[in-house]
Design a protein around this ligand. Sequence first.
Ligand SMILES: [Zn+2]
Length: 159
Amino acid sequence: MLDRAEPSLPDPHERSHGPRPILGALLRGAALKCPACGIGSMFRRYLKVANDCAHCGEPLHHHRADDAPAYFTIAIVGHIVVGLVLAVEMAYHPPLWLHAALWLPLTVILALLLLPSVKGTIVALQWALFMHGFSPDAEEEAGLAGGDEPRPRRLDFRP
Ligand SMILES: [Zn+2]
């Protein structure tokens, strides 16, 4: 009774060897969902990516989004707000205080609204392209699977 094998869950690393559709993954990431299944949530807090998908178990902690979501969000929000500022200025010539009252809150609100979707899209792109630890072979190469060999240190210039 005790040595009976438990039913095994699907291994997310097994599935990750197959092709990953990029467009579908990007849309799922933009919707803040897991790029693999599209059901589980990618984030466990506002911008904190969950370690694993709660629905399918796909590991999501391998992402290296770093500052890219902020850069892309600045570019998107900048194009929207600057276009609106120029259009309103050309059409109505409002006073500067009205410009500030309109565009400063709009800039902050747009940035806060877009940032999670942009980050979700970047994480999904990294997942779809097998970047960083999302490659099924990455953990084996880094020695994480066996755990016997220490990981090489960065900036180690010793011979
Ligand atoms: Zn999932």
